[in-house]
Design a protein around this ligand. Structure first.
Ligand SMILES: [Zn+2]
Length: 444
């Protein structure tokens, strides 16, 4: 006993020690099931079409049956964790002619499942997939449109993440959501982002999953390890003043969505080093869209997680054979082992963020014409310490870090401000970190 106490005192005497990894994260990775994802993608495909304007009355075909099934899955998950999920429909009426793809009035209905955080219930990290599907003509709401990869894969991954993470308690809230109206013009995301603003939700960001099941690219590359993380450089909501400040203080590639992308990159490299995350410095694919964008439009961080190697003959296509090519987004093209991996990527990032304290809101930087970089930030409730990150101005990733303990200012001696970019993250008791915050104030 005495020996133990001595040891305890000795351990307590080690300041600022924290674990670099959390073994629960490995359990989360292992608990994601390719079989369940396959079963759910199959169920979604079997609704025939999930076009946003399709039948809503049938119990077996169309988007109505699909969303009721998704809600029933979330309800089932919730009943197995003593009602840990709050499940509801969030909907908006879109009138005929709102754009050329809205050929009749339609309720765009999202299915939302909220796992409330124990400490920061109003702080949310979101994972999304899409309910809806389409064929060649975006207004065709009757033809068979399996949408197995686009985007039953993302939807099934989101349901599976809820199954796995509902076994844990988190300090912040996690939202699992099936969005609708994606193919008609990103309506579901827009509706939920507006709803979130109206509710005053503090959103850390959205991980939008759109096509997470294809490993055979149209370019002939086959890989079940590569995936892409798309993020816009800076928010579209930034002010003229902020834009001008960037010319002098930097930040052209350091907006909130880019920090979220770097967070996912780092968590993946730490816990799933066999994967090859590719950060793509773009809002989305060239000229194309996804459901993270309406969140970005509303000023929230949001990224798109997706396969690295797309196959365009299997997206938005009527099912047919032409010149020997079998077109169509069919079940047989989805690789469920790969969808499992990308689902795990999401789950571990949701968990890390939801177990971490919030990020500092204000990060100030100083040290102009001095040999040292200086940083200060506001104290965060729940943080046991803070980590300063820096990197070469040409590097995409936060390559250097220093844990500085439970202080709110620090001087990096001998590090000249001009030659690096800097940021600060909060660190929680289990070692989980907030996304990095790029300095938003300058002091002299
Ligand atoms: Zn699509």
């Amino acid at each position: 006993m005495k020996k133990f106490s001595v040891l305890l005192v000795a351990l307590m005497g080690i300041p600022m020690l924290y674990s670099q990894t959390d073994i629960r994260i490995y359990d989360i990775i292992n608990n994601v099931s390719a079989e369940r994802i396959e079963k759910d993608v199959t169920t979604l495909v079997n609704f025939g079409t999930r076009h946003t304007l399709s039948d809503t009355i049938s119990q077996t075909r169309g988007i109505g049956a699909a969303r009721r099934w998704i809600k029933s899955e979330f309800d089932k998950i919730s009943s197995e964790c003593s009602d840990c999920l709050e499940v509801f429909y969030q909907k908006n009426l879109v009138p005929k002619g709102d754009n050329a793809r809205i050929v009749h009035d339609v309720w765009v209905v999202n299915v939302v499942a909220v796992q409330k955080g124990t400490k920061y219930p109003n702080r949310y990290i979101i994972m999304s997939g899409d309910i809806d599907s389409r064929v060649s003509d975006p207004a065709n709401f009757t033809s068979d449109s399996p949408g197995a990869n686009d985007n039953a894969s993302g939807m099934a991954g989101t349901i599976e993440a809820a199954r796995v993470l509902s076994k844990y308690k988190f300090e912040s809230s996690i939202i699992y959501v099936g969005l609708s109206g994606e193919e008609q013009g990103l309506y579901g995301g827009k509706g939920l982002a507006e709803y979130a603003k109206a509710q005053g939700w503090d959103i850390v960001g959205i991980l939008n999953n759109d096509m997470i099941g294809n490993i055979t690219g149209v370019d002939g590359v086959v890989s079940n390890r590569d995936f892409r993380i798309f993020s816009e450089p800076v928010p579209p909501t930034e002010t003229e003043q902020q834009r001008n400040a960037r010319r002098f203080y930097g930040g052209e590639v350091d907006g909130i969505s880019r920090q979220l992308a770097r967070y996912v990159y780092t968590t993946t490299k730490t816990y799933m080093p066999e994967m090859n995350p590719m950060m793509v410095y773009r809002l989305d694919r060239f000229g194309r869209g996804g459901h993270h964008r309406p969140f970005n439009d509303a000023g929230f961080a949001g990224i798109r997680i997706m396969e690295a190697h797309e196959n365009y003959t299997q997206q938005h296509q009527d099912i047919r054979v032409e010149d020997g090519i079998a077109y169509g987004d069919k079940l047989e093209h989805v690789n469920f082992g790969y969808a499992k991996k990308l689902t795990a990527v999401n789950a571990i990032n949701l968990a890390s963020i939801a177990w971490a304290p919030p990020a500092p809101t204000t990060v100030e930087i100083g040290g102009i014409v001095e040999p040292n970089a200086k940083l200060r930030w506001n104290k965060v409730d729940g943080a046991v310490g803070y980590k300063i990150y820096w990197r070469d101005t040409t590097s995409p990733t936060w390559d250097n870090a220093r844990y500085v303990g439970n202080v709110t200012e620090f001087v990096l001696e001998g590090i000249v401000l001009d030659n690096y970019f800097f940021g600060v993250a909060s660190v929680g008791k289990d070692g989980h970190e907030s996304p990095v915050v790029f300095p938003n104030k300058v002091f002299r």
